[in-house]
Write a protein that binds this ligand. Structure first.
Ligand SMILES: Cc1cc2nc3c(=O)[nH]c(=O)nc-3n(C[C@H](O)[C@H](O)[C@H](O)COP(=O)(O)OP(=O)(O)OC[C@H]3O[C@@H](n4cnc5c(N)ncnc54)[C@H](O)[C@@H]3O)c2cc1C
Length: 612
């Protein structure tokens, strides 16, 4: 295959940006350290972030001109340091991106300071008592007409701002979300900028910052809980792109519906989901590179009984790793497409939310599967911190929870899906073959058009069954829709969101296949996309058989085809993993290099002074 073409398509941004990142990551600061105190881990993550900002390789203003540049930065940082990447996503997207989106002229002074880290921001949305239901938060900003200030309070234990990234060590400003009370009326959730530390980095009066301490991973991220007691903020610090309070205390807003103001000011969570997906996509590529490279050089028992056979040659290894490689490459192609739709949404505005949400869910869960599998398939070496799988696994878990819990986002996807179809903004996918008369007669399912039709069939069936249940329960039996959705049809909702995301991903892959120029690259992509789709159909084969859309004979032949498909991909695996744009020089895992040489002397699990 044409490795360069493949690498460019996986990169998904302007390839001319790649060398800048590769050379930046040569800096020794990106060498990971493992056995260091908590505070040093946090400083280490900050210094890596500072190195990136000093290189002026990205700007918060990219959200206006080239958002993909920000996503690319996340993909690289996800590979080399998930903690620094998490600090970066809060600085540039949650804090910086929100300021960018919600500010007006009077806040412009912040942009260069965000870019050079002279303002380090944190994003105070979550409260101890209000995570996925943050709209009901208890933090308040009461407008004081006499002083023309907002008075910020977290009045209860449950209203402490919780999990706040960057807050314990580095942030001097916070974007705080709270119920806005003007002339005694609650005008809904808005955001104000609050200075939380002075020039000496001491907490400002009324601000209390509590260290959340050790977590299961990503300990370079300084998460804290913040309390505000009568903290006074100038009126001008209200983010007033959509809502404003005049000096005299008159509240005006573009958004008349008060609960909707929350969604307007938290819109940045949308690009945040692409940032998290980008961090995880980068980590997925690095993880696969490490796990497969090691499998290719680690020798295990061969036919003669000697340790002379790469463990990668075992069918067990290939059957575990290669369907995940196929799924990862396919989700990567889909992720690239969604990033570009986010940057240029014209005509697809109504689908952007669904796409960003499902992209995050699928990519993050896939990283979890990849990290777990690579860890196990690398044996004991996979358990050493310096071989990195643990940190990637932790990134996946932070990703599942942060910026909207994955399962909650799946519900959001389905609500939007039903809304879009109901409003005729979009329709259900159209199948090529009839599911009653044609598909059951297909003997060979290993065909991209057949597989796509099967994915569409499942999505359509799940959609129709959900709508039928909702109609029966809510329209006929007058049940409460919230209760039916939350207590009766969860499995249908979750399966439908997944079916939508996977069908869409496969369609994006097929678009890519059609536009790929080099015939060999095209062949490799076809092998990968077919395995991706086959793996999904295999997982759901019970569904297809019970709906009689696939015959028993076709199902048997299909099951038997999977190992053959894996074998076909194994022939290209080395080329594929070497085209994943992994900055190998910045990964520093002993098992992708000379792991025997590394173990010639003790390193106590560190790589800093080791020659790799
Ligand atoms: C590493 C990390 C960094 C973070 N950084 C920040 C930050 O900088 N700023 C910030 O504001 N927040 C931050 N967060 C917080 C994060 O956004 C919240 O943890 C997240 O929104 C979930 O809230 P919660 O933890 O209260 O979970 P809950 O809302 O309590 O959810 C708990 C469980 O209940 C389930 N659940 C909840 N609601 C529903 C529902 N409607 N239907 C079905 N199931 C449901 C969820 O699936 C989940 O499994 C961070 C979190 C992590 C892990």
């Amino acid at each position: 295959m044409d490795k360069q073409e493949f690498a460019d398509l996986i990169f998904g941004d302007n390839p001319s940006k790649r060398p800048k990142w590769f050379s930046l990551l040569e800096d020794p600061i990106f060498k990971p350290r493992y056995n260091i105190p908590l505070n040093d881990q946090r400083q280490d993550a900050y210094h890596k972030l500072k190195k990136v900002t000093d290189a002026k390789i990205m700007s918060v203003l990219d959200f206006g001109s080239d958002p993909t540049n920000i996503f690319t930065a996340h993909e690289f940082m996800g590979q080399v340091d998930p903690s620094a990447g998490t600090k970066m996503t809060v600085q540039f997207n949650l804090f910086g991106g929100s300021v960018f989106a919600l500010s007006t002229e009077r806040h412009r002074w912040l942009f260069p300071k965000i870019d050079d880290l002279s303002v380090v921001g944190c994003f105070c949305l979550t409260e101890l008592g209000y995570g996925n239901n943050a709209v009901k938060m208890e933090t308040t900003f009461v407008y004081d007409e006499a002083t023309k200030e907002f008075i910020v309070n977290t009045p209860t234990t449950k209203s402490q701002k919780y999990w706040i990234t960057n807050s314990v060590n580095h942030a001097n400003y916070a974007l705080v979300f709270g119920q806005t009370i003007v002339k005694g009326k609650n005008e809904g959730v808005n955001a104000v900028l609050v200075r939380i530390r002075d020039d000496k980095m001491d907490a400002m009066p009324g601000v209390r910052i509590v260290d959340m301490g050790i977590k299961m991973g990503l300990n370079g991220v300084d998460n804290g809980a913040l309390f505000f007691k009568d903290v006074r903020v100038p009126r001008e610090y209200l983010m007033n792109r959509y809502s404003e309070v005049s000096e005299g205390g008159v509240f005006t807003s573009e958004t008349q519906n008060i609960p909707s103001r929350f969604f307007k000011v938290t819109e940045r969570l949308l690009s945040g989901r692409l940032c998290i997906a980008s961090l995880c996509m980068g980590a997925t590529r690095a993880c696969l590179y490490i796990g497969i490279k090691y499998a290719m050089q680690r020798l295990g028992v061969g036919a003669s009984g000697l340790s002379d056979t790469p463990i990668f040659d075992y069918q067990l290894q290939q059957n575990a790793l290669l369907p995940l490689l196929a799924r990862s490459v396919s989700l990567n192609i889909a992720h690239n497409r969604i990033k570009s739709i986010f940057a240029h949404p014209q005509g697809k505005e109504h689908e952007v939310l669904m796409m960003c949400c499902i992209d995050k869910c699928l990519v993050v869960w896939n990283l979890n599967a990849v990290a777990v599998t690579c860890r196990e398939r690398s044996g004991g070496q996979g358990f050493l911190a310096c071989n990195r799988f643990g940190e990637y696994l932790n990134l996946a878990h932070a990703g599942m929870t942060a910026e909207g819990d994955n399962r909650v986002l799946m519900i959001k996807v389905v609500k939007d899906y039903m809304g879009n179809v109901g409003a005729k903004k979009s329709g259900l996918p159209k199948m090529g073959m009839c599911p009653k008369n044609q598909l059951p007669k297909v003997a060979n399912l290993v065909d991209l058009n057949v597989l796509l039709d099967l994915l569409k069939f499942r999505e359509i069936t799940l959609f129709k069954s959900l709508v039928a249940t909702l109609d029966q329960r809510c329209k006929v039996e007058k049940a409460n829709q919230f209760e039916v959705l939350q207590y009766e049809v969860s499995d249908n909702v979750q399966s439908l969101a997944q079916a939508y995301g996977e069908r869409q991903a496969l369609e994006f892959c097929l678009d890519q296949l059609h536009s790929t120029k080099n015939a060999e690259t095209k062949k490799v992509f076809a092998t990968i996309f077919t395995l991706f789709a086959s793996d999904i159909v295999l997982r759901d084969l019970g569904f297809y058989l019970s709906h009689q859309v696939v015959s028993q004979d076709a199902a048997k032949a299909f099951i038997n085809s999977l190992p053959t498909q894996v074998k076909a991909l194994s022939a290209h695996t080395k080329d594929v993993i070497e085209s994943l744009n992994v900055p190998v020089h910045a990964i520093y895992t002993p098992i992708v290099g000379d792991y025997v040489g590394y173990n010639q002397k003790p390193h106590f699990g560190e790589v800093v002074n080791a020659k790799l």
